[in-house]
Design a protein. Structure first.
Length: 116
């Protein structure tokens, strides 16, 4: 069944076009959300909603690194309001986006989630 996703070559563009919503990604793939979950898991070894969240956070770091305003980052990443984005970012990285330093002195950027 995972072969049903082989035709997709640009997952990032698909995710952005679907506003990072699993149901919209599934629809774009011609699948139900549950079918997408099974196929995506088989092909990428991750649940689509986890992958979409990680992608959002990686893109958020890139935008913050470019000094994009938090409100713009939130809108670009499909959040309905900056407060929800800030909450997700803080939960993922352990620090709010306005205090996030993508270039700490002498450190390598780590874009992994904090342990829950």
């Amino acid at each position: 069944m995972s072969g049903r996703l082989d035709h997709i070559t640009d997952w990032v563009a698909l995710a952005k076009g679907a506003r990072f919503r699993v149901a919209k990604v599934a629809s774009a793939c011609g699948l139900s959300p549950r079918q997408l979950e099974r196929c995506f898991q088989a092909q990428h070894h991750a649940a689509p909603h986890h992958w979409l969240r990680e992608l959002r956070m990686r893109l958020a770091v890139e935008l913050i690194r470019d000094q994009t305003p938090i409100k713009v980052v939130a809108i670009d990443l499909g959040y309905k309001d900056p407060a929800h984005f800030t909450q997700d970012f803080r939960h993922y990285f352990g620090v709010c986006p306005s205090r996030f330093n993508p270039h700490p002195p002498g450190a390598i950027l780590q874009t992994q989630p904090v342990a829950s």
